[in-house]
Design a protein around this ligand. Structure first.
Ligand code: GLP
Length: 261
């Protein structure tokens, strides 16, 4: 695992956006062999989306041959609902870049058949050749996508009931009203994320310090689903100083020394 500690959230965003752009360019994607990018919502990746949009506008990157798969979607929110992850992604990213509509994949939280929707999502990922790079955030309780504590570390795309901690954290997007937060979501599994060729988890702010500490220094454990990253051959955590605050001095020194060498 690589752990990259940057001074603040803005520097994390610049680094991650630059890394994604580098990977896309390096792959030289074509319509026959596109670059497949897994994407998250949440406040953490917003800076990355802003930087990628700026790079696209400055003609430094094209998304013409990029296929995207989002991590998750709330059950019961349609794409016109401002709190849906569909709405978030178009508003904050897709509407501002040249990604093709048919290349965008987001789970349909309005489906009547959850199992079918989730199975076809897994099949679509496989048909696209698997995910080249999965970007994710992490919840304060260590969840990745909506793989709440005690999710199977080999889980696949499915419906999940949200943990009280997640409902509380995410209520800030629903006017602070926990009653308005959907109680279920469709989400890729931990196994789906770990199948990606490369995984980057971003964490910023002191609220993520325990999750980062568990992910890096803790045991691989379903209580902190982010810890599954320890099993990935190309896993990377990009965090700011605050989110790295729970790591021991020795751990920080080790990662800083190898990254800055
Ligand atoms: C939600 C999403 C996760 C995200 C998490 C953290 O629960 N399902 O994918 O990582 O929130 O969000 P934020 O970046 O706003 O802290």
């Amino acid at each position: 695992m690589r752990v990259i500690i940057k001074e603040d959230a803005a520097k994390c965003a610049t680094f991650v956006a630059g890394y994604i752009a580098y990977r896309i360019k390096q792959a030289k994607p074509t319509s026959a062999k596109p670059f497949v990018l897994g994407l998250p919502t949440g406040s953490t990746p917003l800076g990355v989306y802003k930087e990628l949009i700026a790079m696209y506008k400055n003609k430094k990157i094209s998304f013409e041959n990029v296929v995207t798969f989002n991590m998750d979607e709330y059950v019961g929110l349609d794409e016109n609902n401002p709190q849906s992850y569909h709405y978030f992604m178009f508003e904050n990213f897709f509407n501002h870049i040249n990604v093709k509509r048919e290349n965008i994949h987001i789970l349909n939280g309005m489906t009547k058949d959850y199992a079918k929707e989730c199975d076809s999502y897994e099949r679509a990922i496989a048909k696209a050749g698997g995910i080249d790079l999965f970007l994710g955030g992490v919840g304060s309780d260590g969840h990745i996508a909506f793989n709440e504590p005690f999710s199977s570390l080999t889980s696949r795309t499915r419906i999940k009931t949200l943990a009280p901690s997640t409902i509380k954290d995410n209520s800030r997007f629903f006017g602070g009203d926990m009653q308005k937060v959907p109680t279920q979501a469709l989400t890729v599994g931990v196994g789906t994320i770990m199948d990606a060729k490369e995984v980057i988890i971003m964490a910023t702010g002191a609220g993520k310090a325990e999750a980062v500490c568990q992910a890096v220094e803790g045991n691989i454990n379903h209580r902190w689903t982010v810890s599954a990253l320890q099993t990935h051959r190309h896993g990377m955590i990009v965090c700011d100083e605050q989110a790295a605050g729970g790591l021991s001095a020795g751990t920080k020194e080790y990662f800083n020394s190898i990254e800055n060498r």
